[in-house]
Structure formats: C-alpha cells, structure tokens
Design a protein around this ligand. Structure first.
Ligand code: SAM
Length: 271
C-alpha cells in the first residue's frame, strides 16, 4: 500500500498534517539538546521524515496498515537504527517510563487520547519536553494562567512541572481529512515530573464546580474550619473561584492541609 491508497481511520483519530509550513514550524521549535525523540502516531510519516534527519526516533503507531507502510518507507532509517517503530497502542506500552533514556515527545497527537498522553508524559521522569499538536481548546487549558477563564487542574499541573506556550495555531485546512476544530502546536518545557496524587485529588475537588467558590468546593472533602484558617493565613479571599487561585497558592494550601492532617482535620473526608 502507498500513502495515496490510505483511507484515514476515524477511530484512530487520523488527520494527516499536510501543510509544509506547519511541519517547518514544529522542526524549528524543537528543543536543542541530545535527547531522543519519541513520536506517537507517525501516521504516513510526514513529520517522521523531518525528525529522523535531526535525531534518532522511537515511534509508536497503533494502525497495523500504517506500520507496514512506514516499515517500507523508512527501511533505510530502520536499518541504520535512526528509527524504531513500535506497532501497537502506546497507552498499553507505557508503564511509568515510555522509553529508558531521556526523550522529547514530538507528535501530532490523536485527539481522542491527547490529554491522557500529555498527562502521562508530564508524569514520565524520562520525558523532558513536549512539542505536540492538539485541539486548540486543549492547548489553551494546558497553557492557561491563573485568572484565565480556562485555568483549571491541567494548567496547575503543567505549571507545577514546567512552562507551557502555544507555538502556532493551525487551521483545519492544514490537514487531510480536515478536523472540525482549530488545532495548536504547544511546547511544554519540563523541570520536574508529576508525582503527588494527593495534590491532584485536591485539584479535582477544588475545580469540581468551577462557578462555585474554591472554598465551597473544597469543604465537600476537607475540614471547613481548617480551610478557613488556611485561606486567611494565605491572604486568600473566601469568595475566590477556583481559577482565580495561583499554582503557588494551591501548593501552599495542600502543604498546610497535609500539616493539618496531623491533628486529623486536614484529611480528606472521602479519599
Ligand atoms: N503524525 C501524522 C501526521 O502528522 O500526519 C499522523 C497524526 S494523526 C493526528 C494521529 C496518529 O496517531 C495516527 O497515525 C493514528 O493511527 C495514531 N494513533 C491513534 N491512536 C494511537 C495509539 N493508541 N497508539 C499509537 N498511535 C495511535
């Protein structure tokens, strides 16, 4: 089978990037280091072709038809070990680390599992940077700052482990077939990795009802009087909505709740 004969499979989120100027922008924005590249979903290999020119690439592709095509197309790069293709579901292959050396994730991600993949990469200690194409709305959540309407737990988690920015917004016309929504390439430079599940439980509770105040949401799971004391000690108004609290304040709130748990009051009621 050649690239022209391929019919895109919706169930695998196949929207192939055809715009050469966007491919160039991705290559230009790649972090300059010696890390390996991990590409999830090489598809027809349009981005892979650029990546193997600059770095060695470990690719994960779920579609067996595309795996076959890629093996033919990149026979030389596979023989020289510049490219290795893992055929199968990346989420099944991903334990705590996806590969056993430092890597940057560079990919036009399948949108139906993009958030899950990014969260796994943020938790993977071997992943140092992410340069990924996702739905614009998803990129905006990961890149949001406190005060932004879309600032939520994804923004707090990202700011806890690094810095995120949108590199370029990409219209549907850049793809074949065209998705229904705008996309964006975003860059996340990590300085650490997610580890604390207790902190993420707190975020889930704090953002459970975004229009309500953060303290009201939190008091469904944590001691009300202790929360009021902590909010006062951090100079946080009790009427703040969850998106109006900064990442630093969420961490301080969590630390103080954990300390409070020594006297039994900071323990989540339902954990
Ligand atoms: N990189 C190509 C491009 O830019 O044109 C294709 C991108 S397309 C949006 C997403 C790719 O991810 C498809 O090739 C699809 O088959 C693959 N994919 C979908 N689910 C996957 C999974 N669970 N594991 C690995 N690859 C997956």
């Amino acid at each position: 089978m050649n690239s022209e004969a391929v019919v895109a499979k919706k169930k695998f989120g196949q929207n192939f990037l055809k715009d050469g100027s966007v491919l160039n922008k991705i290559i230009e924005a790649m972090p300059k280091n010696d890390n390996k590249i991990v590409e999830i979903g090489p598809g027809l290999g349009d981005l892979t072709k650029f990546l193997v020119n600059v770095k060695s690439v470990e690719a994960f592709e779920v579609d067996t038809d595309l795996c076959e095509l890629l093996h033919k197309k990149f026979a030389k790069e596979i023989a020289t070990k510049q490219l290795h293709i893992n055929c199968g579901d990346v989420l099944e292959a991903w334990k705590s680390e996806l590969v056993d050396e430092p890597y940057d994730l560079v990919a036009n991600l399948p949108y139906y599992i993009a958030t899950n993949i990014i969260l796994k990469a943020l938790a993977d200690p071997k992943c140092q940077n992410l340069l990924v194409m996702v739905q614009l709305e998803v990129a905006q959540k990961f890149c949001a700052n406190n005060g932004d309407r879309v600032f939520g737990s994804l923004g707090v988690i990202t700011q806890s482990v690094g810095e995120a920015e949108i590199v370029v917004i990409v219209p549907p016309t850049a793809f074949d077939p065209q998705p229904k929504v705008d996309s964006a390439v975003m860059l996340i430079k990590k300085h650490s990795s997610r580890t604390d599940s207790g902190f993420e439980t707190l975020l889930r509770v704090a953002f459970s009802q975004p229009r309500k105040t953060a303290i009201k949401n939190l008091s469904s799971s944590y001691n009300k009087a202790l929360l009021a004391e902590i909010f006062d000690s951090l100079d946080l108004e009790h009427n703040l909505r969850p998106h109006q609290i900064s990442t630093t304040d969420y961490h301080q709130l969590y630390t103080k709740l954990k300390t409070g748990s020594l006297d039994g009051r900071g323990k989540p009621k339902y954990d």
